[in-house]
Every structure is written in C-alpha cells, then in structure tokens.
Ligand binder design. Structure first.
Ligand code: EMZ
Length: 386
C-alpha cells in the first residue's frame, strides 16, 4: 500500500449503522457517518446548534479544557452568526482578487526556490508549515516577519507532541492575539485586527473578546488542516508522477483535482453540534443537549454517493464533498485554502518533474477503537527537476 493511500475506518459502521457511538473526554458523542445525514444535520442548525455549548465543546476532540474563548463565527448560531458572517465574508474572499493571487504566487514560488533540488526536504515543517504561515500573513494582511513566530509554534496551535491539549500553547496564542489587538488599537493599520476594531455588527463595535474569538479561529482552523492537505497532496504526487505531468498538460483540471484531493484526504475529520431537543438520527435516540459529530471524512467516502470512493480520481465528474463542511457554517477560510492548494499544485506541475520519497512518519487520530490516518508527522523527499 502506498503512503498516500488513506484507508476509510468508518466504512463498515457507516454501511451497517450509519452512526458511531463514541466518547470524547468522558462525554458520549454520536458520529453521523452518511453524507445524506451529515448534510441534513448540518442544514438543521436550529436542531443541532453550534453556539449553545461552552467554547471548545463542539470540537472533536473537545477543546473545553484549554479554551475559554468562543471561536467566531463557528461557535455561534443565527442571528448572531449571520451578522458575523456578513462582516467577515468580504475579507475572507480577498483570495479571489488578482493582486492577492499574485502575492500568494510569489510566496509559493519563493518557497519552492528554497526546496527544489535540495537533497532532503522535510515537507511538513520545511514546506507546508512555512507555506501555511506565510500565506496567513497575507490573509491577515500583516507583516511577513510575523510568520517566523508562527512557524516556531509548530504544526498545531493547541497540540504538542504527546499532548493533545497543551494549555501552555493555547495561552501563548491567546496572549499573542491580545497583544496584537492592543497594538492595533494604539496604532491602527490595514490588517484584520484594525479592520475588526473599526467594524460594526448590528450597529455596535465588536468587543475585544469577539475580535479575539475571530482571530483565534483564523489561527486554529486553518493550521493542521492546510498543512495536512498540502503534505498529503505532495505524497500523492510523489507516488503518481504521471498525474503531475497530466496536470501540467491540462492545467484547467487543477481545480477539479484539488476538490478530489480534499474529498479523499478530508483534512478535518469532523465537527460537533449540540442537539436542542430529544430527537433521532438513523433510528438512534439523541437526547437534548447531547453532542453529535458531523463526520466529513466518512461522508466523503460514502459509497451511496461516490463511485469508487477509495480511489483518487482527479477528474471525478460528480463530487459533492463536504471537506469544508456544509450549510451556514461552511468553512470561512475555504477560498484561501483552495487558492493555496491550486497554486501549489500548479507550480509543482510546472517546476518539478518528480518527487522522491526518502522517509516518512505517519500521523493517526484515534476515534474509539478506530484509527484514522490524517497525515504525516514527517515526510522527507527531494523535488527533482528532471
Ligand atoms: C477548530 C477546528 C476547525 C479547532 C472549523 O474548526 O480546527 C481544529 O484544528 C482546531 O483545533 O480549534 O478551529
């Protein structure tokens, strides 16, 4: 089995039950596994809420222990949610602008200059983490020097090696953000902190806590997810050089290819909701205030929807994947993430003939007795120009 083949641990339970009962930090969680049900629950935001729970509870594994700040807008419900989305959507759609794309192109090309023809490149830290951090400077419209600090935090803002929830890392991020908000208050510029300080929701200015919650999500939500999507895609093209060549020849297929890689690797396994009444999903009773998980990764391999779900078919015709979630909470950073992936793959196809894998260490996530591969702890390769 190739290292870019990621098996689907949910298959059997999805087919037989549709729901997987599991536990997260002592709390029972019912994971919804079929695409149809996942979409239905995501759509019913009044029945399955995001803002009712304490900060961190709807994340799986729960971040309640280390997070007192509510991530906005993902941990809110309408009407509050809609007001924040209206405010933020314009900013987070900037990656559609030409000048933004040119700047991103420079960042990726510059990074490729650093790694191409190096004998031994560790993709996770020396490529994906750096790219995610430098691209984040563009998203926040802040100084590129800041990315050095973020790179020093490692691949996850809350997780450390051997510690799923690292309080000291969470506190480092919190004080960093509060400090930046203070700096922008004293010295406003044209970065996201300053924009939020002068913005209004429902005719009032935002509180520091709200700005903190928006920035916290911007740092946390697009971190390991983007890093895994990039690294896993590179592992795939290392094992399938013909596919990289094909994209060089047919660059119009890159957008489709990116959607397929997102479907297959599903960078965020699931996200929770809290039920607002006693109800049922797939004939399983769900109690009021119980946590459910919308399992995007399982839904994206649903054989009732996707033909050959366990195959990467870069030119897949029908691909209604939910890698960025579904419904009102669909990923705010999706436009940015898609641009990063599209441009990276385009530039790789143009500049690299093949990628050789030297060594690798895989990363897994444990869900009850199941194990899901999410990416790599390390991946050593060389990018060859011929
Ligand atoms: C949370 C999540 C994404 C969480 C949309 O939410 O991603 C996880 O990696 C983070 O740890 O805090 O942001």
């Amino acid at each position: 089995m190739g290292i870019s083949e990621f098996s689907d641990p949910f298959k059997k339970i999805r087919q037989e039950e549709g729901i997987l009962k599991t536990e997260d930090h002592g709390e029972e969680v019912n994971l919804v596994l079929r695409l149809k049900d996942v979409r239905k629950c995501a759509h019913q935001w009044e029945s399955f809420k995001s803002g009712k729970a304490k900060p961190g509870r709807i994340v799986i594994p729960s971040e309640e222990e280390i997070r007192s700040i509510r991530q906005i807008p993902v941990e809110t419900d309408p009407p509050q949610h809609s007001a924040f989305r209206d405010l933020l959507d314009t900013w987070f759609k900037r990656p559609l602008n030409n000048d933004y794309q040119e700047k991103l192109n420079k960042i990726i090309n510059g990074l490729l200059d650093e790694v191409i023809e190096e004998k031994n490149v560790e993709v996770v830290h020396d490529f994906s983490l750096k790219l995610q951090s430098r691209a984040l400077a563009l998203l926040l419209n802040t100084s590129m020097d800041e990315s050095e600090t973020w790179i020093s935090w490692g691949t996850h803002v809350f997780r450390a090696e051997g510690n799923e929830l690292d309080q000291s890392k969470a506190s480092t991020l919190d004080s960093y953000i509060l400090n930046k908000i203070e700096e922008a208050t004293q010295n406003p510029g044209d970065d996201l902190y300053s924009i939020l300080l002068e913005s209004k929701v429902n005719n009032r200015t935002l509180t520091t806590e709200e700005i903190h919650g928006i920035i916290n999500l911007t740092f946390a939500g697009g971190r390991d997810t983007v890093i895994n999507a990039l690294t896993n895609s590179i592992a795939y093209f290392a094992e399938h050089p013909d596919r990289l060549k094909w994209l060089k020849e047919y660059p119009d297929s890159i957008n489709k290819a990116v959607e397929e890689l997102l479907r297959y690797f599903s960078p965020l396994t699931h996200l929770g909701r809290v039920s607002s009444s006693d109800t049922e999903i797939c004939s399983h009773a769900i109690k009021e205030d119980a946590k459910i998980g919308l399992n995007w990764a399982s839904a994206n391999r649903d054989e009732a929807v996707f033909e050959n779900p366990d195959q990467i078919e870069l030119d897949r015709k029908v691909n209604p994947h939910v890698a960025f979630g579904f419904g009102i909470h669909n990923c705010l950073g999706a436009t940015h993430a898609r641009q990063i992936l599209r441009q990276t793959i385009k530039l790789l196809s143009e500049r690299v003939a093949s990628i050789s894998i030297h060594t690798f260490e895989e990363n897994f996530e444990e869900i009850g007795s199941l194990k899901r591969k999410t990416g790599f702890e390390s991946l050593r390769v060389s990018f060859n120009i011929n």
